[in-house]
Design a protein. Structure first.
Lengths: 296, 309
């Protein structure tokens, strides 16, 4: 059962990088599900769609994948606003019951359509992009090798996380988004329109997921069915964090990343057990402390 | 009374079809349609009546299938015993999962059930005795007396399961259980406040629903003579079980039956004539269209049509 110390150290280091990436990937969901209470099970599918858009832009223009992701954010922002508007008009407006079962079914159907659309458009083959930092690695502590692409993804994840956290706590709109999560009726009494603020927030969440998508294709090749395993990872992070907590999201991402990486490198467990880690954490958290680590 | 005559008629027709039709593919396709009727009816007990969305159909279905396969491998138990064991195991899983997550709001239950599916799949991938990731080859025993082929027998068995699950769902819908579950769907707080034992009712629904899904999965290893984790715990079962009641209508027991019959027949045709991808796309599009345009499904559409006259 034991695991050698140097292997453990390597697993933890890799886990931290992976965890930062997971946190960034979950940021969009932390806003759309954590703050806005929208059961957005299509979030990972939108992210994979973002990866494919990045792939197309990189192939056409030959630019850096992260730059491509940033260039795509306005389009995804508008897409997100449209999706929320549609969701609001058809479900939320008609009451809580409508938004429950049918809302989940709607996003589930949306995820399926995106997934199959990608299969029809690109086939089931894996796609990847080229960048100077993909395929090379750096050496730490003389014998621990870390792939450079993980470091880049970690850096972008850090910037994205800090940016979103500052936006939520410092700007007027960011605070309004937090307010709408706390008490929608009070916000309406203040004369603000909660629907417009939520629409804006959902747009930001979707824009964040295209950057997550460009990181996804940097970290490894993507294929259309990939959203399924990320449903577990992203929701695990958001629930573990406590709904809508940005600091919590970072910690939860790290916890998930490190435990997944330890299981991956453990000689007795290995890759076949790794996918279950996020889900097991999620189930345990729901059973023991459903409000999450940093829950309100 | 009309219902019972109808149920008996369905069984008679199934028997007659088995005795007359010789075309084997018909039974392969028919089996799948009947299986989805069981799955959708089971899903609707929790999802339609109580409003708790279950994405974990493959977990219950797969546990049922693996229970049957492992039991058959170990003791060569007959099919009836395999189905009974599958129902017990999947029901127990439903009870356990419900205990852990049904205290939470609906969406958390939905996510927890996805988690359950992946965990079950991982467990069976790593269980050597049950075949691991490569799967387990099973040799079918000869068919029992009145049947001349095993697939016909499975077809009839699944037909009986479908009738039984509809009877169970209809009973729940019409008794105080159904009224309690509907109260939970409309407002859980109000139901709790008026003395509805919400947690106990939800646990009951989750257990029954899980057990019926296990029943749907139990004959699968014999149907394929093979079992393997990736296809057994496939998310497509969750999609079918969720989409059919949404399309047919969740309020009435007939909804999932109509939805499953229409959807899985269409899927069978499209898979054969066009492609498997198109068939998943079709489900996604039809699901979204129905959820948006006809929230009460086909049954709701008919009701509106007839109440106007």
């Amino acid at each position: 059962m034991g695991i050698p110390l140097d292997l453990l150290l390597e697993a933890v280091l890799f886990g931290i990088l992976l965890g930062g990436f997971y946190a960034a990937v979950s940021m969009g969901l932390s806003v759309s599900f954590g703050l806005l209470d929208v059961p957005n099970v299509a979030h990972p599918a939108i992210m994979v769609f973002g990866s494919y858009c990045t792939y197309l832009v990189v192939g056409r223009l030959g630019i850096d994948p992260i730059l491509a992701g940033v260039l795509l954010t306005p389009a995804f922002f508008i897409l997100g606003m449209a999706v929320y508007r549609f969701y609001y008009e058809t479900f939320e407006k008609r009451g809580r019951r409508e938004a429950g079962v049918r809302g989940i079914a709607f996003f589930f159907g949306l995820a399926l359509i995106i997934e199959v659309g990608l299969i029809l458009g690109f086939g089931v083959d894996q796609r990847m992009v080229d960048a100077p930092y993909i395929g090379r690695s750096m050496t730490f502590f003389s014998d621990i090798r870390v792939p450079l692409r993980m470091l880049v993804a970690f850096g972008v994840a850090l910037v994205l996380t800090i940016g979103l956290t500052l936006y939520m706590s410092r700007t007027f709109t960011g605070r309004a988004i937090k307010a709408v999560a706390q008490d929608e009726v009070a916000l309406r009494l203040m004369g603000a329109n909660p629907v417009r603020i939520k629409q804006w927030a959902f747009g930001i969440a979707t824009a964040a997921s295209v950057i997550a998508g460009s990181m996804l294709i940097i970290v490894g090749p993507v294929e259309p069915g990939m959203d399924r395993v990320y449903i577990g990872r992203t929701f695990a992070v958001v629930v573990l964090a406590g709904l809508g907590s940005m600091t919590g999201t970072v910690f939860a991402g790290l916890i998930l990343g490190i435990s997944e990486s330890i299981v991956l490198m453990h000689p007795g467990l290995g890759a076949s057990w790794a996918p279950a880690v996020s889900f097991l954490l999620l189930l345990l958290m729901l059973g023991v402390r459903p409000q999450g680590l940093f829950g309100r | 009374m009309r219902f019972w005559i109808g149920a008996a008629l369905v069984l008679v027709v199934l028997g007659a079809v088995t005795a007359t039709v010789q075309y084997e593919y018909f039974f392969f396709a028919g089996y799948t349609v009947l299986m989805f009727i069981v799955l959708s009816t089971a899903w609707n007990i929790l999802g339609g009546y109580a409003g708790y969305v279950n994405f974990g159909t493959p977990a219950f279905f797969g546990l049922g299938a693996y229970t049957a396969a492992v039991l058959y491998k170990a003791t060569a138990a007959p099919l009836v015993l395999q189905i009974a064991a599958a129902a017990v195991m999947a029901g127990a899983l439903g009870f356990g999962a419900g205990l852990l997550t049904l205290r939470l709001r609906g969406i958390f239950f939905a996510i927890a059930t996805i988690a359950l599916t992946v965990i079950m799949e991982t467990v069976f991938i790593n269980w050597r005795y049950a075949g691991g990731a490569t799967g387990l080859q099973l040799l079918r025993p000869p068919p029992t007396a009145p049947f001349d082929s095993y697939i016909k027998m499975l077809f009839v068995v699944m037909g009986i399961s479908a009738v039984v699950s509809v009877v169970v769902a209809r009973y729940i819908e019409r008794s105080w259980l159904g009224r309690g579950l509907r109260a939970i769907r409309d407002s859980e707080e109000a139901a709790e406040a008026s003395g509805v034992p919400t947690l106990r009712l939800k646990l009951f629904a989750c257990t029954v629903s899980g057990a019926l899904m296990g029943v749907a999965g139990a004959p699968m290893p014999m149907y394929l003579s093979f079992i393997e984790p990736a296809s057994t715990f496939n998310l497509n079962y969750a999609v079918g079980a969720l989409a059919s009641p949404m399309i047919g209508g969740t309020a009435h027991w007939l909804g999932p039956v109509i939805g499953a019959a229409v959807l899985s027949s269409l899927q069978q045709i499209i898979t054969v004539t066009v492609s498997n991808e198109m068939n998943v796309l079709l489900v996604g599009v039809v699901l979204v269209v129905f959820v948006v345009v006809a929230p009460d499904g086909i049954v709701g559409l008919f009701r509106r049509l007839f109440s106007r006259k």
